[in-house]
Design a protein around this ligand. Sequence first.
Ligand SMILES: Cc1ncc(COP(=O)(O)O)c(C=O)c1O
Length: 398
Amino acid sequence: MKRLHNEDYGPHSRLGAAGRGLTMGILFSAPQYEFDIIREEWLKSVQQIAKNGVFVGGPAVSGFESSFASYTGSAGAVGVGSGTDALFLALKALGIGPGDEVITVSNTFIATVNAINHTGARPVLVDCDRSSYLIDLEQVKACVTSRTKAIIPVHLYGQMTDLRELAPWAEAQGIAVIEDCAQAAGARLFGKAAGSWGIMGCFSFYPDKNLGALGDGGAIISSSPEILTKLRKLRNHGGEARYQHEMPGFNSRLDPIQAAALQIKLRYLEEWSQRRREIAGWYDKYLQDTDSVILPKDSNASHVYHLYVIRIDNGRRDELKKHLQKKGILTAVQYPVPIHLTPAYSSLAYAEGAFPNSEKFAGEILSLPMHIALSEEETAAVASEIKSFLNVNKKMLV
Ligand SMILES: Cc1ncc(COP(=O)(O)O)c(C=O)c1O
């Protein structure tokens, strides 16, 4: 494993903008830096896969699955085609479908709700908490009916929902907790990994995730051997062995070329999570006490900062975003429209105003650049641009 040093990070480093022949600019996310680190080892693995001629499944996939299971402290992991498929197959493994209800949060990426919708079950949405932006667990309890079969807490932005009370409560009611860990690979709450609190944990390996492949990929972890067996069948046309179809299944398998990349990256994940925390600390330092800027809180010490999300509460978020872009600083909004107000889910018939926190925050949140190659100097530059924009605007308002 390659050891990384401070000189390996930042715009002027071997991995940074200068080393890549780029002009100065601050990228929002940059999986290409990670690729630089794993390139040689990964190419060797790909050659081995090609030599063996096993292009679907095989030792690269099973090897990664067992490493990921032990990393997360689970009985097993099942590699699938994407994070969306992971959620969908998790619900299918529990037999969830028409007539059932699954509760999740309006402040999430739409994939969480798409997965529920495609099983035929009804997505039941609740608002997010005003300080963590995560699912409001009191509202979850209030929405449970006799049709509720599962709850999907989303560990959004890399921070874990505190499941210490909800997980045993739901189990006692016979309701499954399926964790959406797409943004939280490597996160731990009181030492217990994201994905290991509920009956299943679903991961996305989309390239810019904290554990990202070089294309699409996903996985489900569980500590139930029965569920793991069912998932292995569901992802492979309903059977683990060729032409032995025990149930109607799907084709959603983790590609071995992606598994080979993930196997190597998994060894860096702790170090990279630490790096992200360090970057978040720099932003905290340079942005503290800035008028109109609300910083993220790591209230339960679980955050792995997939995203560093601030809020601008003076109504100028969009102008600030444009200003930063002009200065070469790329930012994003995760997410600009809460799920219940998207055209895709107007049929759920939630009115505007149904989830006030999600609706308010959608107009205020701003995700700052976050990737392992960011330097302290760059975070200071981002903070200084934010401050000067807000100060100029404040003066203009007086
Ligand atoms: C919270 C959340 N859930 C689910 C997904 C879906 O993952 P994928 O893009 O791998 O299908 C994502 C990915 O962006 C996500 O952020």
